[in-house]
Ligand binder design. Structure first.
Ligand SMILES: [Zn+2]
Length: 179
């Protein structure tokens, strides 16, 4: 496995040309932005696979491709009980590198893969972290807490019946008041 320094500073074109296959097991704590969203003890790892490839067929020139997979279970804060809840994240994404931002914008809608701008130095760890952050649930919650969250329609009716007096009962009490 390469040192973390290299993983933050890759020549992605050479990486793709050599069809490099890299795997790693990086502590969640090493991803600072991801760690900031976690609660409790950060003991887990992010397991990841990166595969480079060159596609000479498309558009008559060599396209630089990266296939990325990553998985991790991270402790987030349950938005109901505020205790840590383990959330499994799974990333599987293809990336194609293009010359500049304008090309990326122009081709983005027509592409299944994500487009990145080709630069001399590529930060693989930052991309893995970006993808994991995008995969985080907006409202993390325990399954049990989630099912407690919304009352069923029967429970709702019971609550409403307690709050709202029955109109016939009101009418009856008015009649009693007159006589
Ligand atoms: Zn909870």
């Amino acid at each position: 496995m390469q040192t973390p320094k290299n993983l933050h500073n890759l020549d992605i074109k050479a990486f793709a040309k050599a069809q490099t296959h890299l795997t790693g097991d990086t502590p969640v704590a090493a991803f600072e932005r991801l760690a900031a969203d976690c609660s409790g003890e950060l003991t887990g790892h992010v397991s990841w696979v990166a595969q480079g490839a060159i596609d000479p067929e498309q558009r008559g020139k060599e396209d630089v491709w990266l296939h990325l997979e990553a998985k991790a279970t991270v402790p987030l804060t349950c938005q109901r009980c505020l205790h840590p809840v383990p959330v499994a994240l799974l990333i599987e994404q293809d990336f194609r590198f293009v010359a500049d931002e304008a090309t990326a914008l122009a081709q983005d809608d027509a592409s299944d893969e994500d487009l990145l701008v080709l630069e001399d130095s590529f930060d693989l760890m930052a991309l893995i972290e970006d993808e994991l952050l995008m995969g985080l649930p907006l409202v993390p919650m325990h399954e049990a807490c989630l099912s407690e969250r919304a009352p069923t329609s029967e429970e709702e009716e019971a609550i409403l019946a307690e709050v709202k007096p029955n109109p016939f009962a009101v009418l009856a009490s008015l009649k009693t008041g007159r006589h």
